[in-house]
Design a protein around this ligand. Sequence first.
Ligand code: SAH
Ligand code: MG
Length: 218
Amino acid sequence: MADPNSRTGTRYATPELFDYVGRVHAAHDVGLAAAFDAPGVHDMPAIQVGPSEGKLLTLLLRLAGAKKVVEVGTLAGYSALCMVRALPKDGEIWTLESDPKHHQVASERIAAAGFASQVHCILGKALDHLDELGAKHGPFDAVFIDADKGNYDKYGRFAAAHLRPGGLLLGDNAFYFGKLLDEHPDAAAMRRFHEEAALAFESVCIPTPDGLLLGVKR
Ligand code: SAH
Ligand code: MG
């Protein structure tokens, strides 16, 4: 039956419904569960992607045949573990994290899950490392951005410069917690991220709870 409401943004998902589809399609193994639960255990903000978004990252990278991936914002390594599952054995992820505690917890959880050799955890502010990373290891097959929102425009430019044609740009929190249209410097940076991505990529904003920008490099 026609449904005019869902096209304009009405949501049918409830927390219970979300939990159900997450359990059916995106169940955690031991390694993923340990990384997902780490923020709660270590008194860190629990701002990792949800299980369904994590699984979406896995499947998108698999579809793209990704081998070399950059992540901005590691937290406890949950999204990095979701992504590394999509990679071949010689695939690599470089993930950047500015908080030493987050970096340490993530390094431990990634090692415990058996992916220490494939996921390189880099400590520092992303902008201090991205140029060197791009020069040394680019071009990349995917870039996942999930850190400080006021720099998304700059991270998006890094992605446009260092992704191969056909490579994936992924940007979490693309609705900026619902404040995307606000008059605020960070909201303006997020809008520039959208608008510049639309030029350099075939792009869409997937309406996950907080929006996931997906771009395929032209
Ligand atoms: N991608 C993770 C969640 C990341 S949360 C997941 O889904 O599992 C955002 C992270 O970005 C936080 O750990 C925060 O410390 C980090 N961060 C914030 N500003 C940063 C910067 N300038 N450079 C690198 N990391 C940054
Ligand atoms: Mg996020």
